[in-house]
Write a new protein. Structure first.
Length: 268
C-alpha cells in the first residue's frame, strides 16, 4: 500500500504552502482511480470543484463541491474520479502541531464527513487566507483551524445521545434551504413544541436557526461561485436568497469579502 508523505497527493499540485506545522495544497485530481493508500499525517480534504468518490474500510462518500472530510493519519482509502475537472484543497496537520496546541490526537480509524455549515465556512476562510497570503495569514489560519477542531470535537461528543429531532432537523434544513421555513412548521414536522425547538436548537448547533439557514445558503453559493458563467443574481436566487444584495451582505458577513472578490481568488 502506498504511503504519502507530507504535502504529497495524487494529481497535479498547483500550489503548496507550509506554515509552522501545517501544509496547505491546492491540487487538481488527474487520476481516474487511485488504489488503496494512506497519508502519514492527519488532514482535511475540501473539494472545491468537480466530483470524486472516496471509500474507506467503513464508508463510501460521493463528494461534490463543498464536501469536507477529515482523515485520521494512516487512514487507508481509495478514490474514483469521473472525467471532469476536479480540484481539492488540503490542510495537512503534523503531529507536532497537535502537541503544540494541546489537542488530543484522534486515533479513530476512518474518515469523517463534516456537514456543519459553520465548519465548512471556516474552511473556506482558510482557503481564502492562503490565497491572500499576507503578513496576517499565518495567525489567521492557526486561529481558524483551532476553531474548526473546537467545533469538530463538540459535534462528535456522543452524537448517539442526541435527541432524534437533532438529526431530523439537520436533514430537513439541508434539503429545504431554498424553501421558506417557519418555526411552527418545522416544529410540527419534527413533532416537538416550537418553544422546545427554539430553546434547544442553539444547544446542539451553537447558533440560532436563522443563522444556521443563512450559513447553509452561503455554503451552497460557494459550490456555484467558481462558474464564471453564472451571474451573482442567478446564484442568489438558486440558493434561496431574496435578491443579490441580500446574498452579497450574507456572504460578506460569513466570508469577510464579497462574492465577486472570492470568485477572483479561485483563479489565483
Amino acid at each position: 500500500m502506498n504511503t504519502l508523505r507530507n504535502g504529497e497527493f495524487f494529481g497535479q499540485t498547483n500550489e503548496i504552502m507550509e506554515l509552522n506545522g501545517l501544509t496547505f495544497t491546492d491540487t487538481e485530481y488527474t487520476h481516474p482511480y487511485v488504489d488503496w493508500h494512506y497519508h502519514e499525517n492527519a488532514y482535511f480534504t475540501f473539494l472545491l470543484q468537480g466530483n470524486v468518490t472516496e471509500g474507506n474500510r467503513k464508508e463510501i462518500y460521493d463528494c461534490s463541491p463543498g464536501t469536507l472530510l477529515y482523515h485520521c493519519w494512516e487512514d487507508s482509502h481509495y478514490n474514483i474520479k469521473p472525467d471532469v475537472f476536479t480540484r481539492g484543497f488540503h490542510i495537512e496537520i503534523s503531529k507536532d502541531w497537535f502537541t503544540d496546541h494541546q489537542i488530543l490526537q484522534n486515533n479513530r480509524e476512518g474518515s469523517f464527513n463534516i456537514k456543519n455549515p459553520a465548519t465548512k465556512l471556516l474552511t473556506y476562510q482558510i482557503f481564502k487566507e492562503t490565497k491572500l497570503n499576507d503578513v496576517n495569514t499565518e495567525l489567521s489560519v492557526h486561529q481558524l483551524l483551532l476553531h474548526i477542531f473546537s467545533q469538530f470535537n463538540q459535534q462528535n461528543k456522543n452524537p448517539e445521545k442526541n435527541p432524534v429531532w437533532v438529526r431530523q432537523i439537520e436533514e430537513l434544513l439541508h434539503e429545504s434551504i431554498t424553501e421558506k421555513l417557519d418555526l411552527t412548521g418545522i416544529a410540527k414536522i419534527l413533532n416537538i413544541h416550537p418553544m422546545h425547538l427554539s430553546r434547544d436548537f442553539h444547544k446542539y448547533f451553537h447558533c440560532n436557526l436563522g443563522d444556521y439557514i443563512r450559513k447553509l445558503k452561503v455554503n451552497r453559493s460557494l459550490k456555484l461561485i467558481h462558474n464564471n458563467n453564472e451571474s451573482l443574481t442567478h446564484i442568489a436566487l438558486e440558493c434561496g436568497f431574496t435578491d443579490q444584495s441580500h446574498f452579497i451582505r450574507c456572504f460578506k458577513e460569513n466570508m469577510g469579502i464579497t462574492p465577486l472578490k472570492y470568485r477572483n481568488l479561485l483563479v489565483k
